[in-house]
Design a protein around this ligand. Structure first.
Ligand code: SAM
Length: 344
């Protein structure tokens, strides 16, 4: 056989080492390395180790690994230890105060997704989620049984949703001309981060965030400094309770959590609340029609509980069976795609 090609070796090594890179990022983030170097750029490994209360050896390895991953920059100094500072990427996404901070989502990946992935082999063999193995308890409804069982886990989950919604919100909110709608209801709108992006992008629109009581009671915790009186919160269960009236319903990262039977229950409730001409804006990762990508969606599906990832056509068909015609589909350059459907 011919010698392996450099690009092939690189591709296979990156795949084998991907989990190490993720865990180095999660650990540096959890130990607040990026926050520390943002407020005090130019510390050396000894100083960082002292501040994060970690060993010098471990801290040196972590800092060097982060440099190799493009998260930190190091400056060599003659006869002295190198000093470290954040790269632009880290400043943008890893510093907790930044508008696009992914700190919350990274913590969720570390504390929830990582343990689930460590049981991937069983998940594949059994075709079920591995919550019980990973966390020692059964989870029928992942939100009510796992995420909202303790205040700490709930806040961590809400922080994770909040951080992704802040990164993706503007792209989703401005994907379509929504000027004909006056009232929107963001079903499962969590902290309201997405709703605020919708009111920012559409000055004539008011948004009601509808989510479970456990979530809505925390909404003030996430309120941005400039509160917007066009965003309001209503508590309820979207499978059981009456939905707020609106002429546009938003479903962002909701349907992927549920199997078709549950999706049908929710969509039929929305269809009942809609009059002709009402809109439904769906935002998800849309799988390629041939299901060869994007791997972000396909990898997420591996750790999912009841739900599944779908293509734009699959979503369109589900919506069509409840009287919604797909008007536009957009693949944004951001993490989520979007689809606008109209009730006929
Ligand atoms: N839409 C938000 C976003 O894109 O950032 C959050 C998406 S998160 C994956 C799913 C949301 O659905 C959570 O906020 C959760 O509390 C909410 N949810 C789950 N089950 C629900 C139910 N039965 N009734 C109302 N909301 C529910």
């Amino acid at each position: 056989p011919s010698e392996p090609k450099k690009e092939d070796l690189q591709q296979i090594t990156e795949l084998m080492d991907g989990f190490k890179a993720s865990k180095a990022l999660f650990t540096a983030s959890k130990l607040c390395v990026f926050d520390l170097l943002q407020s005090r750029p130019g510390l050396d490994a000894t100083q960082v180790a002292q501040e994060i209360k970690a060993s010098l050896k471990g801290t040196e390895c972590l800092l060097q690994a982060c440099v190799s991953l493009g998260l930190l920059k190091s400056k060599e100094r003659t006869c002295k230890k190198p000093v470290y500072e954040n790269t632009d990427l880290a400043t943008r996404f890893l510093v907790s105060g930044s508008p696009f901070a992914l700190h919350g989502y990274i913590q969720h990946c570390n504390d929830i997704v990582w343990p689930l992935f460590s049981h991937l082999e069983s998940a594949v063999r059994e075709g079920t989620n591995q919550h019980e193995k990973a966390f020692g308890k059964k989870s029928k409804d992942i939100f009510q049984d796992t995420y909202y069982n303790s205040q700490e886990v709930k806040l961590r989950f809400m922080n994770a949703m909040h951080s992704i919604a802040r990164v993706t919100g503007k792209a989703v909110a401005s994907a379509f001309d929504l000027s004909s709608y006056k009232t929107a209801c963001d079903l499962g709108g969590c902290t309201g981060a997405m709703a605020y992006e919708f009111t920012k992008a559409h000055p004539g629109l008011s948004v009601t965030v509808f989510d479970l009581p456990a979530v809505v009671e925390m909404s003030e915790h996430f309120q941005p400094l400039h509160t917007d009186n066009r965003v309001s919160f209503v508590a309820g269960d979207f499978f059981k309770d009456e939905l707020p009236k609106a002429d546009l319903y938003i479903l962002a990262r909701i349907l992927h959590d549920w199997p078709d039977e549950k999706v049908h229950i929710l969509l039929s409730k929305i269809a009942d609340a809609c009059t002709t001409g009402c809109g439904l804006l769906l935002s998800e990762i849309f799988l390629d029609e041939d299901r060869r990508g994007p791997s972000r969606g396909l990898l997420q599906a591996l750790s999912m509980s009841e739900g599944k990832q779908r293509s734009a056509t699959e979503y369109s068909l589900l919506l069509k069976s409840h009287g919604f015609i797909t008007a536009h589909v957009t693949h944004t350059d951001n993490l989520l795609d979007a689809m606008l459907c109209i009730k006929v």
